[in-house]
Design a protein around this ligand. Structure first.
Ligand code: CP
Length: 308
């Protein structure tokens, strides 16, 4: 049986093209499963998974939990805000206490970049990064590429622009790695202050003009401004940001071709994207969410097969 080259999913950076192909083939199978009347398979009946979230989440947390339950794994959930972390317990102590309850896999979201990498070196369990600060969000990038493949037939050769707060976005970095690995052309677009210096070294081009970027692309991935990661102002006002980098229906309808619109969520309606765009037929935002369950089932199933 084909297997992943990695024991943990810490970032797209550590995957190769064959890993992505294998995850997508496995997700194709699980997507068929979750559309059956009985949406569950017994594959992981002997596996226990802890979802530990040190940062807020709606989509990722629910999607991982559902994926685990669809695979028949035993699941425990931990939110730092209601835990003994508030009494000063460290990350390693917290996780080792959870693991002593015979847990096989840890899915972790954490505000610190590299938290998953750190954990993988100190505990004996398979670690899945569910977003580490402004670093990586690998399952989001996988479900994004999978959704492009589903909509356009392939990722290779497609032109994708990632718009907005690239500087603070783990979604942007993981998407850049995933899209480049699969042969897509990638541009980033946003205010100079929200584009990291030297981003071109990742093989992407910078385009500061939204209209030019949109007229170039097949797919626009609109990102949220990550106010929670900003200690200073990176643009004068939200209104000005929206005027220059917000996508509205008038702009969408003025483009030379019909592009696909994506957003990882949560959406700030009226800031980076208007409701009539988010809810338009060109938007695949809810397809992304649906595909997240199949992708996470695939990732968990493939990683679990390495610890059995
Ligand atoms: N896309 C995403 O990571 O959303 P949540 O923060 O709600 O999990």
């Amino acid at each position: 049986m084909a297997e992943l080259s990695v024991k943990h999913l810490l970032g797209i950076k550590y995957l190769n093209e064959a890993d992505i192909d294998l995850i997508f083939e496995t997700a194709d199978h699980f997507k068929e499963v979750i559309n059956r009347s009985i949406k569950k398979v017994p594959s992981l009946r002997d596996i226990t998974i802890a979802n530990i979230f040190f940062e807020n989440s709606t989509r990722t947390k629910l999607s991982f939990e559902l994926a685990e339950k669809r695979l028949s794994a035993d699941v425990i959930n931990f939110s730092a805000g209601q835990s003994s972390v508030k009494k000063g317990e460290t990350l390693i102590d917290t996780v080792n206490n959870i693991l002593s309850m015979k847990v096989d896999m840890v899915v972790m979201r954490h505000p610190n970049p590299g938290a998953g990498i750190f954990l993988s070196k100190h505990v004996n369990a398979s670690i899945v990064n569910a977003g580490d600060g402004a670093h990586e969000h690998p399952t989001q990038a996988l479900l994004d590429s999978y959704s492009i493949r589903e909509k356009l037939g392939d990722v290779a050769g497609k032109k994708v622009v990632i718009v907005g707060d690239i500087l603070h976005s783990r979604v942007a970095l993981s998407n850049i790695f995933a899209l480049k690995l699969q042969g897509a052309e990638v541009k980033v677009c946003g205010p100079h202050t929200l584009i990291p210096k030297h981003i071109e070294t990742l093989g992407v081009e910078v385009e500061n003009n939204l209209l030019k970027a949109l007229n170039w692309c097949d797919v626009a991935n609109m990102l949220r401004i990550q106010n929670e990661r900003m200690e200073i102002s990176y643009f004068p006002t939200t209104r000005e940001y929206t005027q220059q980098y917000g996508l509205n229906k008038k702009i969408l309808d003025s483009l030379d071709k019909e592009i696909v619109v994506m957003h990882p969520g949560p959406i700030n309606r009226g800031v980076e994207i208007t409701s009539d765009v988010a809810d338009s037929k060109q938007s695949i935002i809810l397809n992304q969410v649906e595909n997240g369950v199949a992708i996470r089932m695939a990732v968990i199933y493939l990683l679990a097969s390495k610890i059995k």
